[in-house]
Design a protein around this ligand. Structure first.
Ligand code: CNA
Length: 408
């Protein structure tokens, strides 16, 4: 995905001198200017890039918000039970998530690139072709040994029973297709980003600190005349070379970056209002919620029915063992051997399970050491550089690049 970098000397200076008049692609850095741009019919290929901040209103913690982010306090992960992280029906898309199908309905959405693995975009009914889950998702699972895809429902059932899912083909561990730090991103990301970002005529970035590479660098891949809007609780993406410039600091040839500081729901609602779409957005959000409620009730009923059937089947098995007991005396020797075999099998299984849980432990450890700890940058520094490894951008590196405007 990343193009080979030209040497510093051979690279032209993109930033123009004071005397050059800057082209006002946007009137100013406000949401109103972006709405004007849309209302004038200038945005026909909108790309939305998003992060954990669009899902915090759904109750899913982000990584870096002080006081509430996962990095600050893992213990306060506010789930009713740990496995709820796999229970997509527990979380519902936010108003911001419905902004995506709204843009699609208007024929304006080129693609939505999310870093999130929570699948909430899918739950809005957004056409999956319009979605790139850049860091993978829980929607699919595969064997870490032989790459065989495994039905995620089967994996979910195992996890809810605190069992380790194994591949039927090779016995390897099965994990959801989420991308760990240091792993390559799904091929779909590179393939589509290469084409999409050149076509983009409005970039909307929502709820992300833009600290994870290579995702964060996508903001620099749109044409220089393409306006870029950030809706986030804090400023972000200003450290990246070619990144946001809300105040004219870098004197880019075009005035094209806008900023809304606040919640994603506030920002998208306001933008929708300025475009005359607020009622439509609200209606989509409410209809979506009702649909999800119904789906939840159906799932609860199905689960209850399944449980009832399992319990019934359990009672029948008990009856069966009573019958077996009647013929016990004639089978004592055989039973003793059977019990021994079973015991041996169990110890073999225990050894296998221990090995697997070791594997799982090391996987979990790796995830926590890299994905959920503040030492990520150190861990990433060690990773060898495949083409698009997933890593946290080094702030120092960005700053060095930024201090020299001729370096891209
Ligand atoms: P981050 O680094 O935690 O940044 C989140 C950003 O969103 C911060 O700048 C916050 O200020 C901002 N923010 C939080 N809540 C809101 C809100 N309601 N409105 C506006 N802004 C808000 O997370 P990133 O997404 O930038 O980092 C990418 C990581 C996070 C990816 O690898 C994800 O897989 C990972 N992640 C995903 C989820 C999820 O799937 N929902 C949850 C937690 C982490």
């Amino acid at each position: 995905m990343s193009a080979p970098r030209a040497s510093v000397k051979s690279r032209p200076t993109r930033i123009q001198g004071e005397a050059e008049p800057r082209v006002p692609v946007l009137k100013d850095a406000s949401l109103e200017s972006v709405a004007d741009f849309i209302n004038q019919g200038k945005a026909k290929n909108i790309i939305v890039m998003s992060g954990a901040g669009i899902s915090t209103a759904a109750g899913i913690k982000d990584f870096r918000t002080p006081g509430t982010g996962l990095y600050d306090d893992l213990k306060r992960f506010n789930l009713p039970y740990p496995q709820a992280v796999f229970d997509i029906s527990f979380f519902k898309p936010t108003l911001t998530h419905y902004f995506l199908p709204l843009l699609a309905k208007k024929g304006l959405l080129l693609r939505s690139y999310t870093q999130n693995i929570d699948m909430l975009e899918r739950l809005t009914g957004l056409d999956p072709d319009l979605l790139v889950e850049s860091h993978g998702s829980f929607a699919t699972s595969k064997c870490i040994k032989c790459d065989t895809m495994v039905d995620s429902d089967i994996v979910k059932k195992h996890i809810l029973k605190s069992e380790i899912p194994h591949c039927k083909k090779c016995g390897g561990l099965v994990k959801p297709t989420i991308t760990f730090f240091g792993e390559e991103l799904p091929p779909r990301f590179g393939t589509l980003a290469m084409v999409d970002f050149k076509k983009c005529d409005l970039l909307i970035v929502l709820g992300t600190s833009l600290q994870v590479e290579p995702f964060n660098r996508l903001i620099t891949r749109v044409p220089e005349s393409c306006p870029r809007l950030l809706i986030n609780r804090e400023r972000a993406g200003e450290d990246i070379y070619g990144g946001f410039d809300f105040n004219g600091k870098w004197k880019y040839p075009n005035v094209r970056d806008a900023l809304f500081l606040g919640s994603c729901d506030e920002g998208t609602r306001k933008l929708a209002k300025l475009c005359g779409w607020e009622d439509e957005l609200q209606a989509m959000y409410e209809a979506g919620n009702i649909k999800m409620q119904e789906a939840e009730e159906l799932e609860a009923l199905t689960l209850a029915k399944e449980q009832e059937e399992e319990e019934k089947a359990g009672t029948n098995v008990k009856g069966g063992s009573k019958d077996t007991k009647d013929t016990k005396d004639t089978k004592d020797t055989k039973d003793t051997k059977g019990a021994k075999d079973a015991k041996n099998a169990k110890s073999a299984k225990d050894v296998k399970d221990t090995k697997d849980s070791d594997d799982l432990d090391s996987l979990t450890e790796r995830f926590q050491a890299t994905n959920l700890s503040s030492t990520t940058e150190k861990a990433d520094a060690k990773k060898d550089s495949k083409e698009t490894p997933y890593k946290v951008a080094s702030k120092t590196e960005s700053k060095i690049k930024n201090s020299d405007p001729s370096v891209k």
